[in-house]
Design a protein around this ligand. Structure first.
Ligand SMILES: NC(=O)CC[C@H](N)C(=O)O
Length: 296
């Protein structure tokens, strides 16, 4: 197949991300039988950014169950990841847990009256467990940079606080959010961490239950409909898999019952999703027939 020339542009609004080499590309596929297929820079750690919203949502649902949906919607937003416009009309209830506003409410739920480091530590332990890898860390430089430059997120948190949908001091909730975005993982670690979503909520076939089958199904549904913001429709059209992107250039995609796939290429398209990563997933889905809309 032809090599893709245009890799998109790296995110520059978070300064450390601006320095990442756009020519990097990694792919890892963990299939249902546990086999791991890695290619390119699959062992290189990158900032998972908004991919963390999947794990944070799973953690928050574990804490408060379906009462979470009183504070966060389940509809695609049709707006960019950092948009504020719907919040005024919709009384501070974000459309879904994968736009920044929704992820901030999820972070507020995970904070649960503790110090931010408690919630962060809990999420990091959860991700390490899912990936079966204690080497996963948080990139403090990225977290600090987001804290220093994340004015839109500060605005979102304060705006929702005014509606009563942020319960802690906004700076504490933001601290949780910025640190979860700064988790660094390799494609291998990310694909491993996504296994519970391919196995109907199980750690591995016959293994421990991470979430109920219903919850895994619902998280996958949200990834399909909302995981790529205002490009979620296009991602479903081209790839046909539940997926969650991040501005670090990573995407986690799930083929239920078949595979957990992580791809990383730092160059982004206009919607802030990995350009080459999306193309790679499109080709993987085409070659394997894994689209959830396939007849097979
Ligand atoms: N889409 C993303 O990955 C955005 C995450 C980033 N930390 C932000 O809040 O802006």
């Amino acid at each position: 197949m032809a090599a893709a020339e245009d890799r998109g542009a790296v995110a520059t609004y978070i300064p450390p991300l601006a320095t990442i080499d756009p020519s990097r590309f990694g792919l890892c596929i963990v299939t249902a039988d546990g086999a791991v297929h890695a290619a390119g820079d699959a062992e290189q750690a990158f900032s998972i950014q908004s991919v963390s919203k999947v794990f944070a949502l799973t953690q928050a649902l574990g804490k408060v169950g379906d009462t979470l949906w009183r504070r966060v919607g389940r509809e695609p937003s049709g707006t960019p990841f950092n948009s504020i416009v719907q919040l005024e009309r919709e009384q501070g209830i974000p459309r879904n847990p994968f736009i920044n506003a929704g992820a901030l409410v999820v972070a507020d739920i995970n904070l649960a009256g503790h110090e931010p480091r408690v919630a962060i530590g809990e999420l990091l332990r959860f991700v390490r467990y899912l990936a079966d890898d204690d080497a996963i860390t948080i990139d403090e430089a990225v977290a600090r940079a987001e804290q220093a430059t994340g004015f839109r997120n500060v605005a979102l948190a304060n705006y929702m606080k005014a509606f009563g949908n942020i319960q802690h001091a906004p700076e504490l909730t933001l601290g949780v959010y910025f640190h979860q975005c700064a988790i660094a993982m390799t494609c291998r670690q990310l694909a491993m961490a996504g296994r519970y979503l391919m196995h109907g909520g199980l750690y591995r076939p016959g293994g421990a239950r991470v979430v109920s089958a219903q919850r895994a199904r619902r998280i996958n549904a949200l990834m399909l409909t909302c995981g790529h913001y205002d490009a979620s429709g296009d991602f479903a059209f081209r790839v046909g898999l539940p997926g969650k992107s991040g501005v670090g250039g990573g995407i986690l995609a799930i083929a239920p019952g078949k595979a957990s796939i992580a791809v990383w290429s730092p160059g982004l398209n206009a919607n802030g999703n990995s350009k080459l990563g999306t193309l790679a997933l499109e080709r993987v889905a085409e070659a394997t027939g894994w689209s959830v809309f396939s007849a097979a």
